[in-house]
Design a binder for this molecule. Sequence first.
Ligand SMILES: [Zn+2]
Ligand SMILES: [Zn+2]
Length: 377
Amino acid sequence: MCGKAHAQVYCEIDTLAAANQEILIEPYRTQNYSNYSFCVRIYVHVIRKSSHMGGQSPSDVSLALSYLDTAFNPHNIYFVWDHQIDYIDDDSEFYSPGASVFDINNHPDGVDIYMYDDSVGFLGWDGYGTSSQPKTAFLVSGFMEDPVTLQTYPLVKSHILSHEMGHVLSLWHTHHGTGENTQQDPYECPEFADGSNSAICGDYITDTPADPDMNYKVDFATCQWLESGFDGNGDPDDPNDPGDPYDPDEHNIMGHSVVPCMSYLTPKQGNRMKVAMTIIPALTAVSNYTLSGYPCATAGLNFYPNAMDGELNLDLREKPANTYPYQIFDAYGVMVLSGESQNVLKTIDTSGLDEGLYFLHFYDNGQLTIKQLLVEH
Ligand SMILES: [Zn+2]
Ligand SMILES: [Zn+2]
C-alpha cells in the first residue's frame, strides 16, 4: 500500500471499438436530439464469493442505480430495469475483476452492469472500471480513498457507474485527444483552452472545457484541480508563450476527477449519447426513443425478426386490450406502411419493401415510440 496514489482508479475503455464508432458518429455530431427522450434497458449482475457471501446488497444496487438516474435523467435519458439481480457466485471472478465477465449472462438487448465488491481492486489499484460498447457492458469495482482524510468511497455507489455508462453510450473522456491519445481514433487532436477547436478536437463536445487529464489530482474537499498546465497554443515565434492555461471541469463525470466532485454531464454530452443511440447498431439494440412522453413505458411491444424479410411479426399480446396504430418509415422519412392492431400477434407483409433501414412508429394511447428495423431479402 505504501507510496501508492490512493485516489487513483484504473479505467480502460475498448478504444478500438470506440474509435470505430467515432467514424459512424462523426457526420452526425451536430444533430440535435434535445427534444427527444430515450430509454435504455439495463441488466444488473452482482459478483459474490462462491460461498454466496460478499458483494452488493439489493439496497446497494438501488443506491448505485440512483446515480445513473441523477446523471442521465436531466438529459431525458432513462433506464428500465426488470428488478432482477443476476448473482454470479464465483471466487475467481470475485477476486479478479475483468472484461471477460462481460460474456457471462450478457444480454444483447440491454446494457449489462457488473457490480463487484467495494473491497476488490485491480492489480495495484484500489478501484477499477471498464466498459465495452460492442457488448454494451461495463463493470465497476473497489473504492477510491481521499489521501488527506483517508475516507474511502465505494465506486459502485458513485458516478464512476455513470462514467462507465457514459463510455458505453459513446462518450470519450473529457481529456480525449488532449491528455489521452488512443492511436485508434482517426480524428483525435488536442483541444485548445480557448475553445476554438472544441467541436472537432478533444472530446468533440463544445460545452466541456479542454482537459489535459486531471489524473485524479483533485482535492476531495474543494474539488480544485491540484495541478496546472498550458495548452501550447501560443505564439510559435515566442519561446516564452506557452499558450493558454487549462481550466478543466472537476465536476464533469467523464473526467478523471475524484468521486465526491463528479456530479454531472453537460447538455452536449447528453446530445452526443442520443446521436449515438440512433446510429450505433449495438446501441439501437438496447434503446428506443420518442418525441413525446416517457420513453420507457413501452412494455409489451415486441417485434421480430429484425432484420426481416417477407414479414414482420408485431406481438402485442402482453399489452392491455386497445387499438394500437403503427407506421413504418424508410430512412428518408417517407411512410411506406401503416395500420393498426389489437393486442394480438399481428403479421405485417414487408415483402414489398426495399432492403435497408426503416423506423417503426408505434402509438400507445397517443404516445409515440420509435424502433429501428432492418429489411434484408
Ligand atoms: Zn473512463
Ligand atoms: Zn470539450
